[in-house]
Design a protein around this ligand. Structure first.
Ligand SMILES: [Zn+2]
Ligand SMILES: [Zn+2]
Length: 327
C-alpha cells in the first residue's frame, strides 16, 4: 500500500507525507515543527514513524520547520548539495565560516555528542572543541522546542545543525527504505529545485509544484503516475489585477515562477497520459486564485478526453491537511 497525505500546500507552507507500508518520508517541512506535528495528528500520521525528510528547494515555504523537525525526530534530511548549502547560508547569514569549515565543525560536534552519549565525556561539555566552539557556537542539542520559544533556552542551538544529511542528484534514482525516489529538475528561482516521483509496491506518486513552466523533462517524469500533486498556482487575470507589486507579478509569471491554472490545464489536455487516479492541485495562491477556478480549469482540460473522466481532482489546502490518499 502507498499513501500520500498533503499536510499543507501554498505560499505560506508546503509539506506532504509519502508512505509505503515500510517507509515514511516527509516531503518538505514548510510549517513550524509544532504545526506539522499537529497536522500529522489530525491526518492520522505519526511523526515518530517518519524515516526521513526530503527537500524540493530552499524557499521558506518549504523549509520553515526543517531544522527543528529533523532534530526533534533525529532523522536524516535528503537534499541536493547546492540546496543544502543554500539552506545553511539562510540559517547562518552572519557566519563567516566557509562551507568546508562548517562541515568540519559539524563533524566535530557530532563526534562530541556521540562521545557524550557513550559516557566518555560529561554530557553537554564540549571540552576539546575549537575556538569557534568556545565562542558559544557549539551547543548540545537541547529540546528543539526551545527554538520555537516554548522554554527558556540557556544555550542557542545551531539552527543549521541536522542529525544527518544525505545528498541526491536530480535525474539520479535512489532509495529511502523501500521507496524508490526519482528527483527531476524543475524551472524555479531557487538554487537547485526538484520535483519527485516516489515508487513503491507497484504504485507511483509525484510531487510537482513551484515551476515556472512545464519543460520536456518534467512532462517525461510525470508519466505513469497514480497520484499527482501538481501546481495550479494562479489565475492569470486575478494575478494581473491583484494586489502584488509589479516586480512580484513578473516573478510569478516568469519561466522560473509558478504554474498558472491555464498552464496546468494545457499540460493536462496536451501532455498528460491520464494514468492518475487522483490529481491533487496544489500551491494555490490565496491572493491570486480561487479553488473553484483551479478546479474548473483542470476539469475542462480533462473533459476534452472522455477517458480521463475517471481522474479525481482534489484541491490541496493551505490551512488544513487533506485526507490521506491510499492506493
Ligand atoms: Zn513554494
Ligand atoms: Zn519556491
Amino acid at each position: 500500500m502507498m499513501r500520500m497525505t498533503v499536510l499543507a500546500s501554498g505560499s505560506k507552507g508546503n509539506s506532504s507525507v509519502i508512505s509505503s507500508s515500510r517507509t515514511r518520508v516527509l516531503v518538505d517541512a514548510g510549517l513550524s515543527c509544532r504545526e506539522l506535528t499537529r497536522r500529522m495528528a489530525i491526518a492520522g500520521e505519526d511523526p515518530a514513524a517518519l524515516d526521513a525528510i526530503i527537500i524540493t528547494h530552499e524557499h521558506q515555504d518549504h523549509v520553515a520547520g526543517l531544522g527543528v523537525m529533523a532534530r526533534k525526530l533525529g532523522i536524516p534530511v535528503y537534499f541536493t548539495e547546492p540546496t543544502h548549502r543554500a539552506w545553511v547560508r539562510m540559517m547562518t547569514p552572519r557566519r563567516t565560516l566557509s562551507y568546508a569549515a562548517w562541515l568540519d565543525q559539524m563533524q566535530r560536534e557530532k563526534e562530541e555528542r556521540a562521545r557524550a552519549a557513550a559516557g566518555m565525556a560529561e554530557p553537554g561539555i564540549c571540552d576539546s572543541m575549537s575556538a569557534a566552539v568556545e565562542s558559544g557556537e557549539c551547543t548540545p542539542m537541547e529540546d528543539p522546542d526551545e527554538a520555537e520559544g516554548l522554554g527558556p533556552a540557556k544555550t542557542k542551538p545551531d539552527p543549521a545543525f541536522l542529525p544527518a544529511v544525505e545528498y541526491f542528484h536530480s535525474g539520479r534514482q535512489f532509495c529511502i527504505g523501500d521507496i524508490e525516489v526519482t528527483p527531476f529538475t524543475i524551472p524555479h528561482d531557487a538554487t537547485d529545485p526538484c520535483g519527485f516521483v516516489f515508487a513503491a509496491e507497484g504504485a507511483r506518486m509525484a510531487v510537482a509544484t513551484d515551476l515556472g513552466y512545464m519543460p520536456p523533462n518534467v512532462k517525461a517524469a510525470l508519466k505513469r503516475i497514480d497520484v499527482l500533486l501538481l501546481e495550479s498556482n494562479h489565475d492569470l487575470e486575478m494575478l494581473k489585477d491583484g494586489p502584488y507589486p509589479w516586480s512580484v507579478k513578473q516573478r510569478v509569471l516568469s519561466r522560473v515562477g509558478h504554474l498558472s491554472n491555464h498552464a496546468t490545464a494545457e499540460f493536462l489536455s496536451q501532455d498528460y497520459d491520464g494514468t492518475a487516479s487522483f490529481i491533487v492541485l496544489g500551491h494555490l495562491s490565496e491572493s491570486n486564485n480561487a479553488p473553484e477556478l483551479a478546479r474548473l480549469a483542470a476539469e475542462q482540460a480533462l473533459a476534452e478526453h472522455p477517458k480521463l473522466l475517471g481522474n479525481r481532482i482534489l484541491l490541496a489546502e493551505q490551512g488544513a491537511p487533506l485526507e490521506s490518499i491510499c492506493l
